[in-house]
Design a binder for this molecule. Structure first.
Ligand code: NAP
Length: 296
């Protein structure tokens, strides 16, 4: 019987495990897919650290897993049986008195023809994973948020000929990233959307459409899609945890959900800011609330 089961092994889950473990609670952390943080090319807004997301995640893992057990397996189901939660993975069933969902998000798709067909053959959702295949080649990054601009800057740095395609005439990304983008003379195609992705064996061109105008074609070797995240909250939903209309888990100031003994932290929650530093804050608060729930 564990005191706390943390589902998810990104910054929110690892901070929750670190705090709960240091409170003297018996903690287990479940990891299935790698955290989004591992794909961020560089981080410069996490106080005291500058480097790649992967590097930061590895440091967090090393530190947190001194205080918690770690299972590398997908959680398939979480059920409540009286005061106990039954957590079923591919291989085993675990029991815990509390659960912290830190399940993060998954990239959103554009949903245009050619996108699915060319995944791994020119279409990618991860610049750090696939960027090096496109050194010296022409690529576009689709999106106007922090991820899109971070990816575009990274791709330029490693030698890609990169253009950003954004559906509006203003970026959503923070100013510091916009300045870095413009400093590198990375061109932007404003007010345009991808209509389809074309090629024979691999991506050869994209058809774009100006929001108020005609279609036009751009010859490219790669399409990096960075149009936001979808929260991964199906497991929580099945357990009866309340979510908002976008699927984010509703939490109060103490990261408590509507289900007793269930807490949530990080990008899967309906919190206003989705950053590594806020995910860590959520994780610490969730662990503290689990401690209070078990001891008060
Ligand atoms: P995001 O902030 O939601 O931005 C998504 C971008 O994609 C927006 O510019 C949006 O356009 C565009 N978009 C959405 N659907 C589209 C579609 N169908 N076609 C074309 N464009 C579309 O997502 P994100 O950049 O992945 O960031 C997610 C969260 O992680 C954010 O909270 C962000 O701050 C955080 N993050 C932080 C860092 C960092 O601090 N270093 C790095 C990465 C991510 P509109 O602008 O027109 O809506």
């Amino acid at each position: 019987m564990y005191d706390v089961a943390v589902i998810g092994c990104g910054p929110a889950g690892l901070t929750a495990a670190l705090y709960a473990g240091r409170y003297g609670l018996k903690v287990i952390v479940f990891e299935s897919l790698p955290s989004q943080l591992s794909t961020v090319p560089f981080i410069e807004n996490y106080p005291g650290f500058e480097g790649s997301g992967y590097e930061l995640l590895e440091k967090m893992k090393e530190q947190a897993l001194k205080f918690a057990e770690h299972v590398f397996d997908s959680v398939l189901d979480v059920k409540k049986d009286g005061d106990v939660f039954l957590i079923k993975t591919n291989g085993e069933e675990f029991k815990a008195k509390t659960v912290i969902f830190a399940t993060g998000g998954k990239h959103r798709e554009l949903g245009v023809p050619g996108e699915k067909e060319f995944i791994g053959r020119g279409v990618s959702y991860c610049a750090t994973c696939d960027g090096h295949f496109f050194r010296g080649k022409k690529v576009i990054v689709v999106g106007g948020g922090n991820t899109a601009l971070t990816d575009a800057i990274y791709l330029k740095e490693i030698g890609c000929d990169v253009t950003v395609v954004h559906r509006r005439d203003k970026f959503r990304a923070e100013k510091a990233l916009q300045e870095e983008l413009f400093k590198r003379n990375i061109p932007v195609i404003w007010n345009s959307v991808v209509v389809r992705i074309e090629g024979e064996q691999k991506v050869e061109r994209v058809v774009l459409k100006r929001v108020d105008g005609d279609e036009f074609t751009l010859d490219v070797d790669g399409v990096f899609i960075a149009v936001g995240m979808r929260p991964q909250t199906d497991l929580a939903g099945k357990l009866g945890v309340e979510r908002d209309h976008m699927g984010y888990i509703k939490v109060d100031k103490k990261q408590r959900t509507n289900v007793e003994g269930v807490f949530a932290a990080g990008d899967c929650c309906d919190n206003p800011l989705k950053q590594v530093v806020t995910a860590c804050g959520d994780g610490a608060i969730a662990a503290n609330s689990a401690f209070e729930y078990l001891n008060l």
